[in-house]
Design a protein around this ligand. Structure first.
Ligand code: CP
Ligand code: NVA
Length: 314
């Protein structure tokens, strides 16, 4: 979609159904080109600045390798090393980087930090995870579901765990956009953000699907095509470790829980995983798990995002 050129990528919700389809189709095309050894230097000579205020394995490697495959290069900028860590403002950082790079990716805490960066940058800004959104992961997840199920519309997914979580939020936004039912199950006190949930419900009803919330993991898992979880302790939650491990008892994705899903269900987790906490080894290392396809697809999905936003004269 021509409308994507020069845009930011902050949340799933800001894109139309057609634009999300364009990311997925581009990802499929780029994945095929890479597997066939066809060069795809669509971003020849371009650079991506990547600001990380939190740890990362997949996101960093996918964007860095992705820029290389596309004929450009990426800079890893740890907030500990750049002047942000000594108090330089986000706005000034955005303006300075815009004079030197062609795109900026940031992984940080509050979503408003990414919004401020985007408001002050002249180049596309990509959200590589905030406390409330993880949109690049969801492009990879939709691609993975499509590859395993041959469609997105009409499927039923559940997310079991922390509802006030970047993955739960971005997955609800993604499911609503593609017409996939999604139900989130969390303990009391860990409900999804009400605004995000309500907006996803509204978009879902336009697209013929249901976005819902429950306190019962069993109710959520019943009859699902896709069972998803994520850590109970996201980056930034470390101080609440003891309380959270206690509060999430009963929400572990184990054999009994996935036994309620469809016999051909797939299990997904954005990783990193904590075996014995949110998921048992039998499930994440079992026959239904597609977590490493999902991880690989970060590379293809991120290349698609980069191409759609940054390619000149596309
Ligand atoms: N899933 C994900 O974003 O992984 P990293 O934290 O390793 O980037
Ligand atoms: N919810 C997790 C995702 C990690 C990729 C976190 O924010 O730490």
């Amino acid at each position: 979609a021509a409308t994507l050129q020069g845009r930011d990528f902050l949340t799933i919700a800001e894109f139309t159904e057609e634009e999300l389809k364009a990311f997925l189709q581009t990802a499929v095309a780029l994945k095929t080109m890479q597997k066939q050894g066809v060069p795809h230097h669509f971003l020849q000579g371009q650079t991506l600045g990547m600001i990380f205020e939190k740890a990362s394995t997949r996101t960093r490697v996918a964007f860095e390798v992705g820029m290389y495959h596309l004929g450009g290069s990426a800079l890893y900028l740890s907030s500990k090393d750049i002047q942000i860590g000594r108090g330089e403002t986000i706005a000034d950082t955005a303006k300075v980087l815009s004079r030197m790079v062609d795109g900026i990716m940031i992984r940080t805490f509050g979503h408003e930090i990414v919004e401020e960066l985007a408001a002050n940058a002249d180049v596309p800004v990509i959200n590589g995870l905030t406390t409330t959104h993880h949109p690049t992961q969801v492009i990879a997840d939709l691609l993975t579901i499509y590859e395993h199920k041959g469609k997105l519309e009409g499927l039923k997914a559940c997310f079991i765990g922390d509802g006030y979580n970047n993955m739960a939020h971005s997955l609800m936004e993604g499911a609503a956009a593609v017409g996939m039912d999604m139900i989130v199950a969390s303990p009391k006190g860990y409900e999804p953000d009400a605004e995000i949930l309500d907006a996803a419900k509204a978009r879902g009803s336009k697209n013929g699907c249901t976005i819902a919330f429950t306190n019962s993991p069993q109710e959520a898992a019943e009859g699902c095509d896709i069972v998803i979880t994520d850590t109970w302790l996201s980056m930034g939650d470390e101080a609440e470790a003891d309380k959270r491990l206690h509060d999430f008892q009963g929400f572990q994705v184990d054999d009994a829980l996935v036994g309620l899903a469809k016999p051909d269900h797939i299990f997904m987790h954005c990783l990193p995983a904590h075996r014995g906490e949110e998921v048992t080894p039998s499930v994440i290392d079992g026959a239904h798990s597609v977590v490493f396809d999902e991880a690989e697809n970060r590379l293809h999905a991120h290349k698609a995002i980069l191409k759609c936003l940054m390619e000149k004269n596309a």
